[in-house]
Ligand binder design. Structure first.
Ligand SMILES: C[S@@+](CC[C@H](N)C(=O)[O-])C[C@H]1O[C@@H](n2cnc3c(N)ncnc32)[C@H](O)[C@@H]1O
Length: 237
């Protein structure tokens, strides 16, 4: 994949080398591609359609400012004396991870897609001076099962899988459409529905599975559920 930019800097050189990308300076973009504009990385499908994340603006920033209102998520996590170490096994665009961090927890966020990982790590880079809780984040471009197997002290596994059959989940946000398109470009097969079972077999202390509110229970019966307006959390202990 190519990155088009009008400037050349150390950061661009670093990510280009690390992720085997092809940096093009002062060239006309060939879509789809990454573009580095106004100091930010975006994934461009065309000159008008692109995905760029900014944690300091919009809905995510609004939610972060009033994270204490996230009562369903808080209930799903439960009351604990100590901050929890949460492994977000499906980092995606990082919204859930950010809320978990803003509630005071530590998060290891795993994203299998290199392109999505590049977008979220760039957004973290731009926000870290202003969002102090980002120091409690470890972001990895790896399969979450492998990451879990390397860690011993994870308190909670958090999963928000993409389900092929969930039209409602797609309606939730346009960015999820873009995410799905990017996974298709990377030829990543979406079989997230197997992910829960794989984690369940490893018997973590607790799994929180985020699902559309009315979707059927396709796995084991959860120990309890926390229901919101459009989503619910199925909790397995
Ligand atoms: C629905 S999105 C998650 C959205 C996320 N909760 C948010 O707040 O933006 C699911 C993401 O999980 C990633 N994913 C699925 N299976 C994975 C695995 N085994 N390891 C790492 N990432 C995985 C997919 O690539 C996709 O980006």
């Amino acid at each position: 994949m190519e990155i088009f930019s009008n400037i050349n800097n150390t950061y661009l050189n670093e990510i280009t080398k690390k992720h085997s990308l092809d940096l093009k300076i002062n060239k006309k973009p060939k879509y789809p591609c990454f573009e580095f504009k106004d100091e930010a990385l975006q994934f461009s499908f065309t000159d008008k359609i692109f995905l760029k994340l900014d944690f300091l603006k919009g809905t995510i920033n609004y939610r972060l400012q009033r994270a204490h209102h996230e009562k369903h998520l808080k209930k799903a996590i439960g009351k604990n004396k100590e901050p929890q170490l949460i492994l977000d096994g499906t980092a995606g665009l990082l919204s859930d991870t950010l809320i978990l961090l803003s509630l005071g927890h530590k998060v290891i966020a795993c994203e299998q897609s290199k392109y999505i990982y590049l977008l979220i790590s760039d957004a973290v880079r731009r926000a870290e001076n202003q969002l102090g809780f980002l120091e409690n984040l470890i972001l990895v471009n790896q399969n979450s099962i492998d990451v879990y197997l390397e860690k011993e002290n994870v308190d909670i596994v958090y999963l928000d899988p993409l389900f092929p059959q969930d039209k409602k989940q797609l309606k939730r946000s346009k960015s999820i459409y873009a995410l799905r398109d990017i996974l298709n470009l990377e030829k990543i097969v979406i079989n997230d529905d197997k992910l829960f079972m794989k984690f369940n077999e490893l018997k973590p202390k607790k799994i929180i599975l985020k699902r559309p509110l009315k979707s059927e229970i396709i796995y084991n019966t959860p120990n309890y559920q926390v229901k919101g307006k459009s989503t619910r959390f199925d909790i397995y202990i």
